[in-house]
Write a protein that binds this ligand. Sequence first.
Ligand code: HEC
Length: 164
Amino acid sequence: MEGVPGTAMPTWRLSLTGDTVWKIISYERTFVDGVVRVVPGDFSDSEAEEFGKKGITSPIQQDESNFTEGGKLFNLYCAQCHGADGHGDGPAASYIRPEPANFTETSNDFTMQGQWFWKVSEGVETTNMPPWKYVLPEDERWKAIYYIQNNFSAPGVFDAKWRS
Ligand code: HEC
């Protein structure tokens, strides 16, 4: 509000209201803290869990062509955050908090398919994970999930757990 005497930082009190300055500050804080939290952080987890309990499984064919297509979608839309190798360390990840999920840690759990579909569709509230339902049709969301689980889970785990 008062500026910093002896520097180029102006006295914003003369042109901005306190309310406006607080809004700018809360935006600036997102550079450090990540997105502003407007609802409790566990909101998406519980919503996704409820959805997951319905026992939803992937409707797409688990075959090579869907795997290849899923990989293309992942590299186009997801890898900038989650990393081409699924480690959650893509080029955009350096300024994103909480950090994008590391799929080499989480993609082994195939009972989570419904939860994942919900999160990919609706986004993860209070994080930078976007709601993909506005961008990708359902089958493409499932293909990206298929690619993630088949590609980043420990070798053999996908076949053993899902294909049997
Ligand atoms: C702008 C960055 C960004 C992009 C782009 C992005 N994600 Fe995410 N993703 C995140 C963040 C951040 C989280 C939340 C991590 C957390 O909950 O702590 C997340 C979480 C997830 C989760 C939940 C993982 C778990 O273990 O619960 C899935 C699944 C997921 N993303 C899939 C995708 C898919 C598929 C795409 C592309 C269609 C995608 N993401 C694109 C940032 C991103």
